[in-house]
Design a protein around this ligand. Sequence first.
Ligand SMILES: Nc1ncnc2c1ncn2[C@@H]1O[C@H](COP(=O)(O)OP(=O)(O)OP(=O)(O)O)[C@@H](O)[C@H]1O
Ligand SMILES: [Mg+2]
Length: 374
Amino acid sequence: MVERAAPEPRAASAVPSPARERAPRRVVWTFLRIPLLYKVLIANVAIVVLGAVVGTWLTATTVRASPDDFGLLTIGGFVVLGVVLSLVVNYVVLRAAFQPLHELEDVAASIRQNDYSRRAEPGIFGDPRLSSLVSTFNATLDALVRDRSELRHLASQVIRAQEQERQRVARELHDDTAQVLFAQLLQLAALKRSPVEDVARTATDFEEMTVEALESVRRLALELRPPALDDLGLFAALEGLAQRFGDQLGIPVEVHVRGPRTRLSAEVELVLYRIAQEAMTNVAKHARATRAVIDIDRAADGLSLSVRDDGRGFNESEPSKPGAPGLGLGIFGMNERAALVGGTLHIWHRSGGGTEVFVFIPIDAVNTIGGTPQ
Ligand SMILES: Nc1ncnc2c1ncn2[C@@H]1O[C@H](COP(=O)(O)OP(=O)(O)OP(=O)(O)O)[C@@H](O)[C@H]1O
Ligand SMILES: [Mg+2]
């Protein structure tokens, strides 16, 4: 075992200790970190003491040098000097201490503009309690951003799963249920020719029911996944959508396309179709409109889709009207679908003044987001 020699005690004054060197800085630092109330008190006490000492010294010196010159003007000068000094010191101390509050205000304004990237700076001269409030605010904002991105991720998974399921059910309805009903129709047609009157009548009744069932199965399959969307593209699918809603509501529903009608990426086409479908479903459910227009504009910087109606509009705070029950997820879903392809969605509405759903997808997303529709 090696024994270590005990370290030689250093001569206290030989080498200046770094701790000692830092002592004045530590005093200043400690002053800066004390709470605002004490900072203001200390600053004001310092001004009063300074005023008393310097004022007395100046008065004594002036009186001794020229006793006749000491009058109202000199006293006024001292008063002005004292007031200016007090204002400046208080302003500097309070401004530095409240800096974190200004930071919080700026960040809150950014959040109102949907910008969650800014963070407030606690500031080294800020009041410690305000600085700690800023740190807590920043941490809460970080957690909020994490939750939002998690929510967005989950929403996109739900949307994709929903699309897969819709496609599966539509295919099954079309390939399976509709085929069975069609085969049944052929058999009923044969039965209708039966010499037994009762059998022929019953077959006719069944035939009518089967035709109705086949119609609704086809309509359902079409709503779930219109084949035109995959086969002919977005523009043809939107014309079909407008036609169906126009017939259902008994109002004109127009489609205007500005720009080339060439196909877009499958995912963008699907997103735009679903947004138009939900917007038109809302027109049917809530708007009481006499006209609706679907506009598509393909410009150099991106593609926009707008669905407008001249209906009753709505007030944000207004709950869903009875008789038109819904989960209230339609607008949320439209927003999430737009975000899925890097787009943004806005809704303009005014009570009694119609509604417009507007989505814009930047050109990069229109060109690059690909993949087959799920
Ligand atoms: N075109 C419109 N005209 C009038 N009100 C509308 C229109 N679109 C939406 N609204 C109002 O906005 C509310 C929210 O719409 P949203 O699509 O999110 O939910 P919902 O249609 O009620 O339910 P869900 O879409 O889940 O079936 C509606 O309940 C309705 O009050
Ligand atoms: Mg809806």
